[in-house]
Ligand binder design. Structure first.
Ligand SMILES: [Zn+2]
Length: 283
């Protein structure tokens, strides 16, 4: 049975975050690896950036693997990469060959018996092709550390934060430092680590950095296990629906009692984003 990925019928409540992209990657990889690409179909090239004409160079290549860097999916074809981004509302599905395209189905990667199809109503997603070294691509070259990689550990966060007076919450969401910790996961990790989101980044001790890194990884891993918290109607690779929305400690819970101490969760603005925290549990 071919898998269906993303939210094909309803727009997601939030844009896809790192866990959703990683869940999508894990679903796509076994469907695509080893497959020969017959060609592509571009129905609407006006995405976030125009889909380049050279995507037709994909024809005849074999998919080696599907990797992820930040929220970019990288379809590795050996001597080149198809770069995909889901933007605000994108979803990727693997469908039987010949499945008729519907509204907002802008791009297909055509394989022998199946199609990888991008649906993107708001067209903030991306479809790009590069034969350059992937880490030097302008979209990827300046991305920060992968939060789930061994390269992120307490001492590294401690070192990275030393020059920065900015609040730790804003620091965590800056993709040039650490990539892919979105608003939900920054709020939740700081609660779990007992750190006030307004704490200046450079004031965090090594011990607190250690704790925070552990909670960032745990929070992201839990979301990946839950199948991606943003996509309520996410359909898994086995075709079964029914991943649960995660239960949050603080995110979107302003005015409700803290699940740990019973005090009220507070909401403040940091940058352009809402921060939720417990003033008792987070110091
Ligand atoms: Zn509390």
């Amino acid at each position: 049975m071919l898998g269906i990925f993303g939210a094909p019928h309803k727009p997601p409540l939030h844009m896809p975050e790192l866990p959703e992209v990683e869940v999508t990657r894990r679903g796509l990889e076994p469907q695509l690896a080893g497959q020969v690409i017959l060609g592509v179909a571009v129905r609407e090239p006006r995405l976030r950036w125009p889909v380049p004409k050279d995507v037709h160079q994909l024809a005849g290549r074999t998919v080696k693997s599907v990797r992820r860097r930040g929220k970019y999916l990288l379809v590795d074809c050996g001597a080149g990469h198809l770069i995909l981004h889901l933007g605000m509302s994108g979803s990727l599905r693997v469908l039987p060959a010949g499945t008729p395209a519907q509204k907002h189905d802008h791009f297909d990667l055509l394989l022998a018996d199946r199609i990888l199809r991008l649906r993107d109503p708001r067209r903030f997603g991306a479809v790009l092709w590069t034969t350059a070294a992937i880490d030097t691509h302008p979209l990827l070259a300046h991305l920060g550390i992968e939060p789930l990689s061994a390269a992120l550990h307490g001492a590294r966060l401690h070192q990275l934060t030393r020059p920065h007076r900015t609040a730790i919450k804003s620091f965590l969401m800056d993709g040039r430092r650490i990539v892919g910790v979105g608003n939900i996961y920054a709020n939740e990790s700081l609660f779990r680590a007992g750190i006030n989101p307004r704490t200046p980044a450079r004031k965090l001790s090594l011990e607190r950095c250690d704790r925070l890194v552990g909670e960032i990884k745990a929070t992201l891993r839990a979301a990946i296990r839950a199948g991606g918290s943003s996509l309520r109607d996410f359909v898994g690779s086995d075709g079964s629906a029914g991943y649960f929305q995660q239960r949050y400690w603080v995110y979107d819970r302003a005015g409700q009692p803290c699940r740990r101490c019973g005090g009220l969760i507070r909401r403040i603005q940091q940058g352009q984003r809402s921060t939720f925290y417990c003033p008792t549990c987070q110091r």
